[in-house]
Write a protein that binds this ligand. Structure first.
Ligand SMILES: Cc1ncc(COP(=O)(O)O)c(C=O)c1O
Length: 356
């Protein structure tokens, strides 16, 4: 049976990337060696790393005032590495609390300095994104999560501020065209739109670094990684390679404008189907709905379980809602073909017809 992969992460990758990665495990670029066996300081791997870093800059249209790093650890590491590099004990950073990942980032950052929560949608169960809130000029930076993977909301426009803007883009990186120059720092775990688990992308404006007094362990220090061209220690070679292949694929398919067009097509079909069938309920404000992760409910628990079972029976993988949220979550990352959304919405319609 054909599988439709709606996993929230690690998640679907382009078939040709999986194929190329598999070939490289056997014989990397006709070297007679596996990608798993080559040294990270060989020219072979240095070329992979350079291509990956250059593709990031090209896709994001960033100039040399920005640096691109591939770092160990998931996005969770960045929850602490960002404040460790940017926030002194006596300084204040502004954070937006729009979901589980943002609130984890707040908790970690408060170990390093003062945190002011300048926006929170917790009052309504994280079903919307705050708009037009003041950001104190004394803030060292402002942090937000551009797409809330668990709750299904997404920032569709960003605060206009002179304070350096930092975004966790783990679950919508490279899915849309943004003015990336509005951001001073962007980070993302690779395992959704960008490749395999095990590596983080970090894009940083060099001018925001080096402003704190704290001593930073070498491996946590962004400037040390920049000086070493992202080769400070052994990087996750295979994960960087898969990220490079995925970035190549994004470029070949037409870049971020094309990714955005496809995201909108997929999400429009799914949300229109949800809204047209009373059995399914999405509680997210329409203007704030995520194009990547659609979260919705069937209020009758027995029917919900039987819908999830029917999804499993029909090869629809990964649609059970996050453990603390429940309901249904359908993740529609870059590599998801439209035919999977069509198959899923057909199943929604036939299930509703049988059970209404
Ligand atoms: C928006 C966001 N931030 C952070 C994380 C945590 O990422 P990791 O598990 O790579 O640390 C996730 C994981 O799904 C996420 O979706």
């Amino acid at each position: 049976m054909k599988k439709h992969n709606f996993n929230s992460g690690p998640s679907i990758l382009p078939q040709e990337v999986v194929q190329q990665a598999a070939e490289a495990i056997i014989n990397f670029n006709n070297t007679g060696l596996s990608i798993l066996e080559i040294g990270h300081r060989t020219n072979w791997f240095i070329e992979v790393m350079e291509e990956a870093r250059n593709l990031v800059k090209e896709l994001m249209q960033l100039d040399d005032t920005y640096e691109v790093l591939f770092l160990h650890g998931g996005a969770t590491t960045q929850f602490m590495q960002v404040p460790m590099n940017l926030l002194d004990d006596n300084e204040m950073a502004a954070y937006c609390d729009n979901g589980i990942w943002g609130s984890k980032a707040i908790k970690e950052a408060s170990l390093f300095g003062k945190i002011e929560v300048v926006a929170s949608s917790k009052d309504k169960n994280y079903t919307y994104i705050n708009k037009n809130f003041p950001i104190p000029l004394s803030a060292k930076y402002v942090h937000l999560t551009s797409n809330n993977t668990v709750e299904g909301t997404q920032w569709h426009s960003f605060p206009k501020t002179t304070i350096p803007l930092i975004a966790d883009m783990s679950s919508d990186i490279f899915s849309r065209q943004l003015n990336f120059k509005e951001f001073s720092l962007i980070y993302a775990g690779a395992q959704k739109n960008m490749g395999a688990a095990g590596v983080n992308l970090l894009v940083v404006k060099k001018s925001i670094l080096g402003t704190i007094k704290r001593s930073i362990p070498i491996i946590m220090d962004y400037r040390k990684h920049i000086d070493a061209n992202s080769l400070l220690n052994t990087p996750p070679v295979f994960a960087v390679y898969v990220a490079m292949l995925t970035l190549r694929w994004i470029k070949k398919e037409g870049g971020l404008n094309e990714m955005e067009k496809r995201s909108k097509e997929r999400a429009n079909l799914l949300y229109n189907t949800i809204d047209s069938i009373p059995l399914f309920k999405c509680f997210i404000d329409k203007e704030d709905r995520s194009l990547m992760n659609a979260v919705f409910f069937i209020e009758n628990e027995t029917l919900l379980q039987s819908f999830l079972q029917e999804c499993t029976n029909n090869g629809m993988i990964g649609v059970k809602g996050y453990r603390t949220v429940g309901g249904v979550r359908v993740s529609m990352y870059n590599a998801l073909p439209m035919e999977s959304v069509i198959a899923f919405t057909d199943l929604m319609k036939s299930f509703a017809a049988k059970n209404s």
